[in-house]
Design a protein. Sequence first.
Length: 174
Amino acid sequence: MPYKGLWLVLKAIGQSPLLRKCKLRLAGDGPEMSKLQKLAAELGISSALQWLGQVSQDELSLEMRKAQCFVFASLREFGGAVVLEAMACGLPCIVVNYGGPAELVDPDCGILLPLVGEEKLAPALRKSMERMVKTPELCVRFAANTAKKRFVLNLPGRKKQIKLYRFMKRFLTK
């Protein structure tokens, strides 16, 4: 989906010699995949990417547990369940300060990027991802804070809290 902002993440990697040395693992597929792979080739970053395609929830949980951080550059995400999944796996997150992800991530457990135009957002993504790579202790601190936060979401009603607990427990017990 174009609004997921993955092209911005690819451009950010293309702008950074440091990020070109890292490995970005991408789960999922869809109608934009061929365009994104073409963009990656044009930017000369194909070797920094691993396209996993469609994966099961169990595989996604395992992939997230291997990661250093989770980058979600969606430009109009109202829910952000995938951010919640990443947090359930203890991942610090880099998200755009908009909609559901902005409600989940705060400066103690990740990086909120301002919702700005592409010309400013791609460099902001680059700087944030480079910061996570250069300072692994920051990732550790964010992850510890994410672990504290993941069950302290303000949900009205006991049934919703139990449902969220069961959902997140799947990721925590694998």
